[in-house]
Ligand binder design. Structure first.
Ligand code: OGA
Ligand code: MN
Length: 295
């Protein structure tokens, strides 16, 4: 079957047709999708009736998967899904909606801030692959912002200023913005800040991205309030409507994005009143970012 990819936004996002993702990709198809991800940052596939096995198998076509540990406050015995799947639903392991003041729910509300997945890991993720198994009647759109376009729209002075900056990322910072600070000692140790380059370069296209995320809490060598102000300013710049795509989910959609080139966030919905079952697989990145930029 031949793949068709139609760009649906002036800067990024491709809608892919001609593929049934329940079937293994051949190497040529995997290469085409990989190339489109480099160029377009986000790919949308409609009408994919996938099991978790299908989603995991498809995701493995692009590299090693991250396991959903060290990235949430769910205890092993509370897991609903297998380790290869990040559970971004509002459900517990019995399929019941999480209570309003459930710690797991409050922690997950951090996904409503603009972020890049796993930027709090020393080796952050490459791709995220999110499938919609059920959705609320209103709200819960996911928005994406394309960082190469945002980088290219910066003035020369700012591009020079950020060229070699190093940021510190942690889940403690992003959850702190939400007023969630109730971490155990063990969680604090797991969520220790990691350092990343603020500018990353796509090796295939040569385009640079501002590597932003609400997990950023400081810039190395800067006073913290000045760093937070600058990062807030950059995020505001990078998420202007011009650089933004809004995905309105249909059950059976699978959306894949490049975390090295995109930020995303989920919008508000009535999450204690309606089920939203979203399951994410995550392809691991190739290594720490500072070394990669220096190479
Ligand atoms: C994610 C995430 C957004 C959503 O899966 O990484 O941020 O739409 N989810 O649930
Ligand atoms: Mn996310």
């Amino acid at each position: 079957m031949s793949i068709t990819i139609r760009q649906v936004h002036p800067h990024f996002v491709g809608e892919v047709s001609g593929l049934d993702l329940r079937r293994p990709l051949d190497p040529e198809q995997a290469r085409e999708i990989h190339e489109a991800m480099d160029r377009l940052g986000v790919l949308v596939f409609h009408d994919q009736d996938l099991s978790d096995d299908h989603q995991v198998a498809f995701s493995r076509s692009f590299g090693k998967l991250e396991l959903a540990v060290g990235s949430n406050v769910v205890k092993p015995e509370q897991r609903r899904l297998r380790l290869e799947m990040a559970d971004v639903s509002n459900l517990d392991k019995h399929g019941q909606m999480l209570e309003r003041n459930d710690r797991r729910r409050m922690f997950n509300l951090g996904n409503r801030l603009w972020h890049s997945d796993s930027s709090f890991r020393a080796t952050p993720s490459k791709f995220s692959i999110l499938s919609c198994r059920s959705k609320p009647s209103t709200g819960g759109n996911t928005e994406y912002a394309f960082m190469p376009a945002a980088y290219e729209a910066l003035d020369q002075e700012t591009r020079e200023e950020i060229a070699d900056l190093v940021t510190e990322h942690s889940l403690i910072f992003s959850r702190g913005v939400m007023g969630f600070a109730d971490f155990s000692e063990e969680e604090r140790a797991t969520f220790e800040p990691v350092r990343h380059a603020l500018v990353r370069t796509n090796r295939l296209t040569g385009r640079k991205s501002i590597y932003l995320s609400s997990h950023i809490g400081s810039i190395v060598g800067w006073p913290v309030p000045e760093a937070r102000d600058f990062i807030r300013d950059l995020i505001e710049h990078a998420t202007q409507p011009e650089f933004r795509y809004v995905h309105e989910w249909r059950v059976g959609d699978l959306v894949m994005w490049d975390n090295r080139q995109c930020m995303h966030r989920v919008r508000r919905f009535r999450d204690t009143g309606e089920v939203r079952d979203m399951r994410r697989t995550t392809v691991a990145g190739e290594g720490p970012t500072i070394e990669a930029e220096a190479a």
